[in-house]
Design a protein around this ligand. Sequence first.
Ligand SMILES: Cc1cc2nc3c(=O)[nH]c(=O)nc-3n(C[C@H](O)[C@H](O)[C@H](O)COP(=O)(O)OP(=O)(O)OC[C@H]3O[C@@H](n4cnc5c(N)ncnc54)[C@H](O)[C@@H]3O)c2cc1C
Length: 370
Amino acid sequence: MIVEKGVNVYDVAVIGAGINGCSVAHFLTKIGKKVALFDKESIAAGGSGAAGAFISPKFSKGGELKELIEKSYLFSLDFYAQNFPSFLKKAPLLHIAKEEFDAKKLRAFKENTTLGIAKTPLHVSQILTKEAQQNENVYLLSGGIVDAQGVCRAMAEGSDIFEYEVKNLVWQDGYYEVGDIKAKEVVLAYGAYEPIIQEPYINLRGIWGHRIDIKTSTRTEVTMHHHVSISKCEDGNMAIGATHNVHYHPQKNAEPYDINEGRAELLNKANLTIELKNVEILKDYTGLRSGSNDYLPLIGRMVENKNSADEPSYYPNLTMINGVGGYGFVLAPYIAKQLCDFIVDGKEVDAFLMPLRFYKRYRKGLSKGR
Ligand SMILES: Cc1cc2nc3c(=O)[nH]c(=O)nc-3n(C[C@H](O)[C@H](O)[C@H](O)COP(=O)(O)OP(=O)(O)OC[C@H]3O[C@@H](n4cnc5c(N)ncnc54)[C@H](O)[C@@H]3O)c2cc1C
């Protein structure tokens, strides 16, 4: 086709510049693809900008989600260390069970895991509260925290950035028209926001979260996960997060979010793990995570639901990456790499992560209801 003069043509347009969109943009630009990265506000303006960005595995017995997160955890730690070392703060990681139900999961985790578990050092146990000391725990030497906004910006560097809200996509003559540009492929990475393409089989929900940065005279050399996550604190600054609130949504609730209630919840929970002294709150961060019904991410081709067809029919050159819940900074590099390998080389992504799985369940539900 003839491309009009003055219209920029891209290999890929990525819509949404959170950790998912920025990871996709990073892998594509690294191999020389021309990428247009769209965000209705700015880079990491959504859930990604709010994240404490703790990089940790899932401490459970087993299952697809646990295995995926463990692979992603190893991949991401190495990925950030190799490519963006200045945005990664490494620290040992102490995970403490909240109650007996959690303790059982932790014991099963310890029996099955290949991650290097170390004995919890005495100096670490000694700073814990009595309750935290008594509970089952796992101590891993490898763990980390990423500077969420910094790493997203660094990953987006090779792309052209458009601060523009994409409202619709027009597919014409082998290209998508997105705003003023054209692209051969589009990747939807818009997190918990209003979908640009509405499909009945995709149900993602927003889970509101609040975290804080504080100044404190309490010192800890390890990152802790107990009732909330607490970062290591060497210079007096500590990150605490995050709350999980499925009842609050900034666009749906009439009442504004009560920031003081959130702060109190975070500090109360953190004080169940270690005693925080001389606390000053430096900054609040809030945002939505986007979660799927089976808690697994969605990556790969978008199926177009057609009433007459049980065989899937796909939108041309359109993929998505979403539904990473509270593990976006752990999962994104690993799953974005899979998605890019599909876009560039046609290598299929893991079947259990494809949007197709929800389409099949949706069609099955419809046929049962007939
Ligand atoms: C408080 C909090 C703490 C968290 N802590 C951690 C943690 O410790 N570790 C961890 O791994 N994860 C954590 N998470 C989860 C992590 O932040 C999310 O999994 C991740 O941000 C999801 O990234 P995303 O790219 O899918 O979505 P987002 O970051 O929300 O990005 C979507 C982007 O799309 C843009 N957009 C939406 N619609 C359009 C449109 N029509 N046109 C153009 N742009 C559009 C938005 O402006 C937004 O920037 C936390 C989340 C929160 C809220």
